[in-house]
Design a protein around this ligand. Structure first.
Ligand SMILES: N[C@@H](CCC(=O)N[C@@H](CS)C(=O)NCC(=O)O)C(=O)O
Length: 225
């Protein structure tokens, strides 16, 4: 059976968990927070998520895990058949990661500590997000799914990327980024209504107190003595 390592408050963890549930694959969850030696044994850069495959092979990086799940378990597909359409799905995922997720993540420390990010950081983040908005406006179809008629991995990926974008941009930049892409908010709402997304959200909420305790302990440990 596949083991999913990580914690339910992580949006990256949740995109892989969503794909596993969508594909109806049996898996067990192993709660590990970032920063532990245990995590380093399954994830070489110590990031969440990682999986241990049914054969006992450890894999990390969410988009790589998503690709692996599709190749190893194609019965319930999450990528289209044609190479061009598959590439479009991957292009949306890559742009979501580089131009939406990663710039927004730069604001997470300020969101957690309740402080205001420096103006220079905010400006850099704004610029990268603006490129993401332009690109996603070109690529996202919402007809009804993000890459066309079928739900694909890009829908799952983008949905969980948006969690971080929304949380960081609204509080630190006072910016409703998703409103800049017509159709995104409506599609996001549809995504959040699926049984799988609702289960994942319930697990996320349940994990939040333990996650916040872990984060506070990390912040305290990093304070100069
Ligand atoms: N590129 C990685 C990023 C994963 C990531 O940043 N995970 C966060 C949790 S949401 C983490 O482990 N952070 C701990 C750290 O940065 O040390 C992926 O796609 O899986």
């Amino acid at each position: 059976m596949i083991t999913l390592h990580g914690f339910a408050a992580s949006n990256y963890y949740n995109m892989v968990k969503h794909a596993l549930l969508y594909k109806e694959l049996p898996f067990q969850e192993k709660l590990i927070f970032a920063g532990s030696d245990e995590l380093l044994r399954v994830s070489p850069v110590g990031k969440v998520p990682a999986i241990t495959t049914a054969e006992g092979f450890n894999l990390s990086e969410s988009s790589v895990i998503c690709d692996f799940l599709e190749e190893a378990y194609p019965a319930i597909p999450l990528y289209p058949e044609s190479a061009t359409e598959r590439a479009l799905v991957r292009q949306i995922m890559k742009i979501a990661e580089l131009y939406f997720e990663l710039p927004s993540r730069r604001l997470i420390p300020y969101v957690f500590s309740g402080t205001n990010a420096p103006d220079a950081v905010k400006e850099e983040v704004r610029q990268v997000l603006t490129r993401g908005i332009t690109a996603l406006n070109q690529l996202c179809q919402f007809s009804p799914w993000i890459a066309g008629k079928e739900l694909t991995m890009a829908d799952i990926y983008m949905h969980y990327v948006n969690v971080v974008v929304k949380a960081c941009a609204s509080t630190q930049l006072d910016w409703d980024v998703l409103a800049e892409i017509p159709g995104m908010k409506e599609w996001n709402k549809t995504m959040s209504q699926s049984d799988i997304a609702q289960k994942i959200e319930a697990d996320r909420v349940a994990n939040m107190p333990e996650f916040m305790t872990h984060i506070k302990a990390q912040i305290q440990a990093a304070q100069p003595k």
